[in-house]
Write a protein that binds this ligand. Structure first.
Ligand code: NAG
Ligand code: NAG
Length: 433
């Protein structure tokens, strides 16, 4: 059997540039959520019901001098910047970090042909779709840029990464709403398991901080609207005052590698990707089934694929976006799993947190950044906290790691991602035995 391990991490998040710098701020209980109410054009932003967002810090918005801000020029030359939309720029930068971390920059034909890319996005580039539609409506054909199509295609992030390094293995992009990141990593692991590739650059990227995004999610009543005055308190997974999710942007990339390939080159192995499970709710466009049966099935399949019993799961990174219904459905599903067959006998032993409290909901990148945090939970033996959780009311008595990180030996971590359309995926990571 070809086993799959993680050998490199890269990320751009609302907590800053870099996987470990973002992790350090996460564990310190810091938040990347800020107010967007002063963004331009004012007429559009000010009528929105939710004006908080997880924004990648730039030199203008970074509050803390310790935080490395995003500067496109650090990663891309002027012509690359012009040709790539923001989500693709984040993906390329996160891939560069992950490949450097993994020490994998092959130049021989064998290495290049067996390395692939699997990077998705949920929404992609709404900015250019919007402005090009307006320009076309007003001034016609000549106003449409020749770069319009390449800048809106979701698979272009994967394309740019392959071109940059010459990777000629599978080149793929999932787009399954908020499950995109998890599906990208899970599908990439199967390319390796089935022998299509030895190394995969896998993850998700999103940047749709545009008033239309907030208007759309606002109209579907998904967003947090009551903490606009207090952005860092706005995303409250599992808390009794939770009132919806907070839109965020960023990218996260994992280098996945076949175990023997990683060993042969002496790579630093961070964790093993042990299992992957997917399911569909077959229920409703945007609402979960109350009993969480879709989520339960995904987790159960992932653990079966990993040959790991529920009792051995030390940490669950929940999808929990802080919507009233979604968090309960997921908690119910986790209870069914963890207190069921070969599970634990005591609810309070189940450690579950939602890192969205600190970074918000990265949509198509959420599953990727949460997988990355789950890997770091294993390497650092630390449970990242659920921010803003003062009074859980989801009907379970789990250890939700409220407010502060906890030290705990983490050998097995499970990461959940669910998306509109009723699509669910779970990933299981473990220490390499
Ligand atoms: C888990 O999935 C992988 C493919 O990713 C497959 O190779 C392996 O056989 C599966 N293991 C079990 C126990 O289902
Ligand atoms: C599966 O995906 C749906 C789609 O939105 C998600 O809302 C739900 O939480 C997941 N399943 C359940 C019932 O947990």
């Amino acid at each position: 059997m070809r086993r799959v391990v993680v050998t490199g991490l890269g990320a751009i998040t609302p907590l800053g540039v870099g996987a470990r710098p973002s992790w350090r701020r996460l564990v310190a209980g810091e938040s990347g959520i800020i107010s967007v109410s002063d963004f331009k054009p004012q007429s559009k932003w000010k009528e929105l019901t939710s004006t908080v967002a997880g924004i990648v810090p730039t030199s203008e918005t970074a509050s803390d001098k310790e935080v490395r801000p995003w500067r496109a020029a650090d990663w891309l030359d002027a012509s690359e910047q012009r040709r790539m939309s923001r989500f693709a720029q984040y993906a390329v930068a996160a891939a560069e970090m992950a490949l450097s971390d993994a020490g994998w920059k092959p130049s021989d034909a064998q290495g290049l042909e067996t390395t692939g890319v699997c990077i998705g996005s949920g929404i992609g580039n709404l900015d250019d779709v919007y402005s090009t539609s307006l320009a076309y409506e007003q001034d016609g054909y000549k106003k449409v840029s020749p770069l319009f199509v390449p800048k809106i295609l979701i698979n272009m992030a994967a394309g740019h990464i392959a071109m940059r390094y010459g990777f000629r293995g599978p080149n793929h992009a999932a787009t399954t709403a908020c499950t995109t990141g998890a599906h990208s990593i899970g599908d990439a692991s199967r390319f390796i398991a089935f022998g299509d590739a030895d190394v995969m650059v896998a993850g998700g990227a999103e940047s749709c901080i545009h008033p239309l995004t907030f208007a759309g999610f606002g109209r579907s009543r998904s967003l947090s609207t009551v903490y606009n005055h207090d952005p860092t308190a706005s995303c409250r997974p599992f808390d009794k005052d939770r009132a919806g999710f907070v839109v965020a942007e960023g990218a996260a990339v994992l280098v996945l590698e076949e175990l023997e390939h990683a060993k042969a080159r002496g790579a630093n192995i961070l964790a093993e990707l042990r299992g992957y499970g997917c399911s569909g709710d077959a229920h409703h466009m945007t609402a979960p089934k109350e009993d969480g049966s879709g989520a339960f099935l995904a987790m159960k399949r992932a653990l079966k694929n990993a040959s790991i019993k529920p009792a051995r799961v030390d940490y669950i990174n929940a999808h929990a976006t802080a919507t009233p219904v979604g968090d309960v459905a997921e908690a119910t599903a986790i209870r069914t799993l963890m207190l069921g067959e070969e599970g634990v006998d005591d609810e309070s032993k189940v450690a579950v947190s939602s890192t969205k409290g600190a970074v918000g909901h990265l949509l198509g990148a959420a599953g990727a950044i949460e997988a990355l945090f789950s890997v770091l939970a294993i390497t650092e033996n630390t449970l990242p906290p659920t921010l803003n959780l003062h009074a859980p009311n989801v009907g379970t008595n789990f250890n939700f790691v409220p407010l502060r990180a906890q030290e705990k030996e983490v050998k097995v971590a499970l990461s959940n991602s669910f998306g509109f359309g009723g699509t669910n995926a779970s990933l299981v990571f473990s220490e390499l035995d």
